[in-house]
Structures are given as structure tokens and as C-alpha cells.
Design a protein around this ligand. Structure first.
Ligand code: NAD
Length: 481
């Protein structure tokens, strides 16, 4: 299905236009390796124009809307997203290489973000603060101004929904820089916002290379807040660039998220979560569970059952809608296979397979389950960002917590156990932005604050927390005697 808009344009002030340089970049289908279109190669000139349009929107029609009116626009946008489910899912599947069913789930999540933040826009309130006699003190939550949003290729729709959705709800004007590897649905989102009736300049989208458009956005003096999702290395650059303008950043970076399986766990319930949380989107998920920690008494049993599940997994083209698709690019495949080369033959416990009909030009990697590694092995420490999970045994709760907390990351963790006391102890002790008890991921959870500690980043998106992050708190103190 061909996109209904020109993919090689940028979206500024409510209009589609070529980028200043007129240059374009190829967009590749990871399932085949073939080119599926061209996107604009935006540069600093385009980012300047986008920030200017956003500023004008804030002092124009967009800035004059009430919170309820902004919420209504977001809700309408959510309805339009749902009405375009088939087209958006096909676009995301083709562009990112994720199985169609997973791409459809991302469309629904984007619609949910629009609905959630649409409904929340007029429910963010300040406080009145008891103070000295003769004073009335209250707080106001105000828009920050122009917000910059830099998103990666793995979940474009979900990440746009959680960051741009919340920023718009709070009345900011947004400049979005999608990833050069996959940005069709970001462009579609802009066009749907136009159809929904967002005033010109409320949302501007400039595709381009990270080192060009991305760097220009994160260092732009007209931006009041940068929301970045991506790798740790780029996160550092973005934070340093924003620091020069003394501007806050939200960093959503990677992880090496553990699931802790105790001997008293309900394994039948746990098993699908243990495997799928590692293989969803071919492991290219920031919150992928890439470490499975198992109490030694049941280590062999869990290993056998996960191995059986792995042997049944098939990587195939996104539109074939099998267990997993290809990786995003030849470069990502090289990184993942480079990691796998570090594992000894005996450490590869089980492997899935690549479908025999998968095109040779696609970037497929069969899923691999690893065991027999020390917790400080590179494969158990570093984010691989591919369909690879590592099994690690532990003897008691103390050791489980120490291994779980023993990486520089801290994004998500889960505990599988029927012991309520242990659940509570570990929920407090595990270093992570989200802890799940007898589940993993809670199905995405638009409503649930999300973000990391350590190298997984800082700041929170999703839920109401994002609305606080995308607003500025003002205290008003009136002395009236
Ligand atoms: P990346 O950091 O290379 O790119 C992410 C975005 O940053 C892209 O839009 C890119 O164009 C842009 N960018 C690149 N260089 C830039 C620069 N110098 N200045 C400003 N922007 C720049 O990451 P990636 O390879 O696209 O994604 C993989 C990584 O992202 C993984 O480590 C993964 O864990 C992480 N990730 C985290 C989350 C999360 O929510 N925590 C979600 C998705 C991905």
C-alpha cells in the first residue's frame, strides 16, 4: 500500500514542502533490502524554519486554544489514527520490518496515547499552598514552549504517541525529528494532525540524518525541552548539546532488563512472557528482557522449556506475520552477529530459524538462547538489541538481586514468584523505572509512567508523569493582607 502523502517532503507550519537543500535519503524495506521510497534530508536550515513555525503557533491560534480544545483535537487525531489502522500498520511493518500483527498493536497504542492525552489535557491542575497569614499561594502548570522530539526507528508510532502526544496536550508546539531508518508513520502522523485540524505550526516534522537534523534540533537555542529516545552514546551528545542552552532533556535509552524466576513461580504463566519479552520486534526493544535469571533448582527445567519455544520460532518477512521479522539494517545485523560470535558453541542452547522463503537481501537473524555465561560476561552486560536472551542461574534472593542490579542499566525488571513478601522486597530493591510482579510489560501501558535509571536514562514519559515533564511549574504568591 503506497502512502497517501509525498514521503520526500518535510511538514512545517501545516504545509508539506521540500527541504531547503532538496536532497533526499533512501528508505529501505528491511525484509527485502530493497528501496521503498525517499525521504527528505532535512538540515539545520529546516530545523530553524520548524522552530520559527512552532514559535509563531504559540503566539497564534495554537497558543490561544483552551486545554479542552487541545484535548478535543488530540482525541480527533486518535480517531483518525484508528480509521487509518490498515494503512499505518502496513507502513510500519514495511518500514521497520516488524510482523504485521505487532505493527497493528503499535497503531492501537498510538491511538490510545492520543485518547489518553486528549482526555488528560484539561485535567492537569496546580495546587493552592497554605502559607503565611495574608497570603494566597497557588501553582500554575504552563507549557514550556517549543519542544524537540528525537525518536528512533524501532517503535516510531508508540514513541511519537507518548512524547509528542503529551507535549501537545500541555500546549507546547513540537518539532519532531524521526529516525532516518524508518519515518513513514511519523510523516503520516503529521498529515493526520493536519486533517484533525491542528493549527499550523503546532506540530512540525523534519526527517533527516541524526548528525545533521538531529544535532541541529538538540542544540537549537529556541527549544525549551528535548525528548530523546535512542542509544546511550547519542543520548550523551543530545544532553551535552541541550546543556549549552541550559535546557532540560528526557532521555529514554537502552536496557538489559532482567526477569527473575523463583522456584515457586507459576512457570506455565511465566513462559510466554519470558520468551516474548525478549523476541518482540526481533529483540530491538529498549525494554526487551534480555536476561532471564532462574533459581538453580529449576534452571534446567526453564532452560529446556525456553529452548523448545526457541526452536519453534521463525524469522520471516514482516508481511508474512510470523514470530519475528528481520533486523532494521545490515549494520544492526552485523552488530548482533558480532555479539553472537563471542559465544562459545556450548553456550548456544537453542536457536530458531529463518524462513526458507525469506528474501536473501533481508536482514534476518535467527533467535538464539544463550546459557553458561558469567553475569559479568559482555553478552550478559551489554545491550545486543537483537533476538538474543541470556539465561543466568542464582541460588537465593540476595544473589538474584545482585545479578539483576549488576549492569549500568535500569529500565524494567520483573519478579516471578508466589511469595508476597519477596515480591515487595524486590520491587523496592530492583534498580529499574518499572517493576512487574508476575507479568512483564503489562501490555505496553500507556497510563504507566516509564523511564530509566543509570544508563537507561532519566525523566519519565507515559501516564500523567509525562504531562508534568512537558510543563513548567510557576508559583504565584499573592500578599493581600
Ligand atoms: P540512535 O541513538 O542512533 O538514534 C536515535 C535517534 O537519534 C534517531 O532519530 C537519530 O537520527 C538521532 N540521532 C543520531 N545521532 C544524533 C545526534 N548526534 N544528535 C541528535 N540526534 C541524533 O539509536 P538507534 O540506533 O536508532 O536506536 C537503538 C537504541 O535506542 C538502542 O540502544 C535502544 O535501546 C534505544 N532505544 C531506547 C528506547 C527507550 O524508550 N528507552 C526506545 C527505543 C530505542
Amino acid at each position: 500500500m503506497k502512502p497517501w502523502f509525498d514521503t520526500d517532503k518535510i511538514f512545517i507550519a501545516g504545509r508539506w514542502m521540500p527541504c531547503a537543500s532538496n536532497a533526499t535519503l533512501p528508505l529501505q524495506d528491511p525484509s527485502t533490502g530493497g528501496e521503498i521510497g525517499r525521504i527528505a534530508r532535512g538540515t539545520s536550515e529546516d530545523i530553524d524554519a520548524a522552530v520559527e513555525a512552532a514559535r509563531a503557533a504559540l503566539s497564534g491560534d495554537w497558543g490561544r486554544l483552551t486545554a479542552a480544545e487541545r484535548g478535543r483535537l488530540l482525541s480527533r487525531l486518535g480517531t483518525l489514527v484508528l480509521e487509518h489502522t490498515d494503512a499505518l500498520a502496513e507502513m510500519e511493518a514495511t518500514d521497520v520490518g516488524k510482523p504485521l500483527t505487532q505493527a497493528r498493536a503499535d497503531v492501537i497504542a498510538l491511538a490510545r496515547y492520543c485518547e489518553f492525552y486528549g482526555g488528560a489535557a484539561d485535567k492537569v491542575m496546580g495546587e493552592t499552598i497554605p502559607y503565611l497569614d495574608g497570603y494566597t499561594v497557588y501553582t500554575l502548570r504552563e507549557p514550556i514552549g517549543v519542544t524537540g522530539h528525537i525518536v528512533p526507528w524501532n517503535y516510531p508510532m508508540q514513541i511519537i504517541g507518548r512524547s509528542v502526544g503529551a507535549a501537545l496536550a500541555m500546549g507546547n508546539a513540537c518539532v519532531l525529528k524521526p529516525a532516518e531508518e524508518a519515518c513513514l508513520t511519523a510523516l503520516a502522523f503529521a498529515d493526520l494532525a493536519r486533517m484533525a485540524g491542528f493549527p499550523p505550526g503546532a506540530l512540525n516534522v523534519v526527517p533527516g540524518l541524526g548528525a545533521e537534523a538531529g544535532a541541529a534540533l538538540s542544540s537549537h537555542p529556541g527549544i525549551g525541552h528535548v525528548s530523546f529516545t535512542g542509544s546511550v552514546g547519542t543520548g550523551r551528545l543530545v544532553q551535552a548539546a541541550a546543556a549549552r542552552n541550559v535546557v532540560p532533556v528526557t532521555l529514554e535509552l537502552g536496557g538489559k532488563s532482567p526477569q527473575l524466576v523463583f522456584a515457586d513461580a507459576d512457570l506455565d504463566a511465566a513462559l510466554p512472557f519470558l520468551v516474548n519479552a525478549g523476541l518482540q520486534n526481533a529483540g530491538q526493544t529498549c525494554s526487551a528482557s534480555s536476561r532471564i535469571l532462574v533459581e538453580r533448582r529449576r534452571f534446567e527445567e526453564v532452560t529446556d522449556r525456553m529452548a523448545a519455544a526457541y526452536r519453534a520460532k521463525v524469522a520471516a518477512p514482516a508481511m508474512a506475520d510470523r514470530d519475528l521479522g528481520p533486523l532494521i539494517s545490515a549494520r544492526q545485523k552485523e552488530i548482533v552477529t558480532g555479539y553472537l560470535d563471542l559465544a562459545g558453541q556450548g553456550q548456544r542452547v537453542a536457536e530458531g530459524r529463518i524462513d526458507e522463503d525469506a528474501p536473501g537481501g533481508g536482514h534476518y537473524v535467527a533467535p538464539v538462547l544463550l546459557a553458561g555465561l558469567a553475569p559479568d560476561d559482555r553478552l550478559a552486560q551489554e545491550e545486543i538489541f537483537g533476538p538474543v536472551q541470556v539465561l543466568l542461574p542464582f541460588d537465593d534472593e540476595e544473589e538474584a538481586a545482585s545479578i539483576a542490579n549488576g549492569t549500568p542499566y535500569g529500565l524494567v525488571a520483573s519478579v516471578w514468584s508466589c511469595d508476597g513478601g519477596r515480591q515487595m522486597r524486590l520491587a523496592k530493591r530492583l534498580r529499574a523505572g518499572q517493576v512487574f510482579l508476575n507479568n512483564y510489560g503489562a501490555g505496553g501501558g500507556v497510563e504507566l509512567p516509564f523511564g530509566g535509571t543509570g544508563h537507561s536514562g532519566h525523566g519519565r514519559e507515559k501516564g500523567f508523569e509525562a504531562l508534568y515533564g512537558f510543563s513548567s511549574l510557576k508559583t504565584v504568591a499573592a500578599r493581600h493582607g
